[in-house]
Design a protein around this ligand. Structure first.
Ligand code: ZN
Length: 141
């Protein structure tokens, strides 16, 4: 049997936040996937940036998304330093509720051979260090 893809063990994942990124992580802690939308021109941007790359505005609205996504690109990684048996599927996710924004994450609990470009995904949240939750994705049912 092929090993199912997983996420890194939560205690090994440490994040740092800044005033620009904190709302993303605070929402994830509430099991909500959010994306910053420019308050002036409506451009979605991920990762969060202090200024809109289109119009340079600092205005931002944090929009709660449905959690639906679609595989834009992915890789299959066998083994990780110190964790030789781990299988990871890092993924770039298109977010239909946030046109133009993509999130880098992992697809979990799936045979890596079943992951395809365009596959429908749904967000889930994986516990990591210091009480934070990391958005990960599962195949949508
Ligand atoms: Zn803008």
């Amino acid at each position: 049997m092929t090993a199912l893809a997983t996420a890194l063990p939560g205690e090994k994942v440490h994040i740092t936040t800044s005033p620009t990124t904190e709302p993303f992580w605070a929402a994830a802690k509430e099991r909500r996937l959010v994306a910053p939308r420019c308050g002036r021109c409506g451009h979605f941007r991920l990762p969060p940036t202090p200024y809109c790359p289109d119009c340079q505005s600092r205005e931002v609205d944090w929009v709660t998304l449905s959690g639906r996504g679609e595989v834009y690109s992915f890789a299959v990684v066998h083994g990780f330093p110190g964790l030789p048996d781990l299988t990871l599927v890092p993924v770039v996710v298109d977010l239909p509720d946030a046109p133009g924004a993509r999130l880098v994450s992992n697809v979990v609990d799936i045979d890596p051979a079943e992951v395809t470009i365009g596959m429908a995904l749904t967000v889930d949240f994986h516990p990591i260090a210091d009480g934070w939750l990391l958005p990960v994705f599962r195949r949508a049912r």
